[in-house]
Design a protein around this ligand. Structure first.
Ligand SMILES: CC(C)(COP(=O)(O)OP(=O)(O)OC[C@H]1O[C@@H](n2cnc3c(N)ncnc32)[C@H](O)[C@@H]1OP(=O)(O)O)[C@@H](O)C(=O)NCCC(=O)NCCS
Length: 146
């Protein structure tokens, strides 16, 4: 896939189940998480906000926000298909997710950086939480972590 002749269109919408599962698989996380396609698709209706990037109508990127609508937002499933990475699509998706959270006046916008993606998020203004107030998770739920 080449971006030379095709514009990327960004829409505030949920991806369809099949295209989301395909995109998710391109991230390599499916194996790591061991989640079946129907279970992956079942996550979509829980999104508070979502952005899809399309190239010629085809889904090439997503980003979703889970939120309580007032205090907390968690950015998840920021994924761009490998063929078009490095062209600013992921950056644009995250900016749009953050803009929506700011519009709503949410107090905290958080995410888990995948391995090697810390610099990507730092350039977008995210900072690691301090050592005396870290993000935490229950250990041992996933043995292989992306
Ligand atoms: C993380 C991810 C979404 C980034 O998407 P992307 O569209 O490649 O993101 P961008 O193009 O905006 O930025 C990626 C890199 O390309 C660079 N870049 C952006 N626009 C560019 C351009 N026009 N020319 C050259 N490089 C560019 C950025 O500086 C950035 O550098 P980095 O690799 O050092 O971070 C993508 O790598 C991905 O889907 N990875 C697998 C899933 C994943 O790990 N998601 C993160 C979950 S926490």
């Amino acid at each position: 896939m080449s971006l030379d002749n095709l514009a990327i269109e960004y829409r505030a919408e949920l991806p369809a189940a099949e295209e989301f599962v395909r995109l998710f698989r391109s991230s390599g996380w499916t194996e790591a998480f061991g989640v079946a396609a129907d279970r992956l698709a079942a996550t979509l209706p829980h999104a508070w906000y979502a952005v899809c990037a399309r190239c010629g109508g085809q889904l090439v990127g997503t980003g979703l926000v889970l939120s309580d609508g007032v205090l907390h937002a968690l950015i998840v499933n920021v994924i761009v298909v490998p063929e078009v990475r490095g062209h600013g699509i992921g950056t644009e998706i995250v900016k749009r997710l953050v803009a929506r959270c700011q519009e709503e006046g949410l107090l905290q916008v958080q995410l888990f950086s995948a391995r090697g993606k810390r610099g990507f998020y730092e350039r977008l203004g995210f900072v690691a939480r301090p050592d005396d107030g870290p993000g935490m998770e229950l250990s041992g739920l996933l043995s292989e972590r992306p």
